[in-house]
Design a protein. Structure first.
Length: 209
């Protein structure tokens, strides 16, 4: 028992226990700067005033899903953006589809052999599928990141290979190329989703590291 008369739960396994709505005002917290040894429960830290508080790690996953909370803003913004883009292309006319097809053929030459209307529909379906995958919490972030990397990488390659999109150095965007160059943010988000390591707590001899 702690000196204050509260309940000391240090070392108690609380995995699977729902603590929502429970008054933790009398629960003894771990020392400042050190995680408590509550297995399966968010670690308890002391506030500067000495009162305990619950600490939720950025690596915590949404309950029942493989998506982490820290990935939520990245996937929501890109997923909604790409899904809307795909929805808008459903009624793309032949002239607009032909323009997109000509740009895509610089990266994937066989695309030029397709009918513009068919290419427009396939591009629309592909963007809607990718956007939905990014928004769906049951899709692992690394898998969604691979799809986003392929999509954004293709856009970036089109930007580099399209005449007039870059300045003399071949990298910096011209005024015309800014429209495509700005999509490089999606490539950065894809890298973050793919490279982010699992935030599992390493244990040595049963004690958290």
């Amino acid at each position: 028992m702690p000196a204050s008369g509260g309940v000391d739960l240090t070392g108690v396994d609380l995995s699977g226990v729902d603590l929502s709505g429970v008054d933790l005002s009398g629960v003894a917290a771990a020392p400042v700067g050190r995680r408590s040894e509550l297995n399966g429960c968010p670690a308890l830290w002391r506030r500067p005033s000495g009162e305990p508080r619950l600490f939720v790690s950025n690596n915590q996953h949404l309950k029942g899903f493989p998506m982490r909370l820290s990935h939520l803003p990245l996937r929501l913004t890109t997923g909604a953006f790409i899904l809307n883009s795909g929805l808008n292309k459903r009624r793309l006319d032949a002239e607009g589809a032909a323009g997109l097809q000509a740009m895509a053929a610089r990266v994937y030459p066989p695309a030029s052999s397709m009918k513009p209307e068919l290419f427009g529909k396939m591009l629309s379906y592909a963007e809607m599928s990718l956007g939905a995958a990014l928004l769906a919490p049951f899709v692992p972030s690394r898998l969604a990141g691979v799809g986003l990397a392929f999509f954004s990488g293709s856009l970036f390659t089109i930007y580099l290979k399209t005449p007039g999109m870059t300045l003399a150095d071949g990298i910096r965007p011209s005024q015309q190329g800014t429209v495509l160059a700005k999509d490089v943010w999606m490539l950065g988000i894809a890298g973050a989703l793919i490279l982010d390591r699992k935030g599992a707590v390493k244990r040595s001899g049963g004690a958290p590291s």
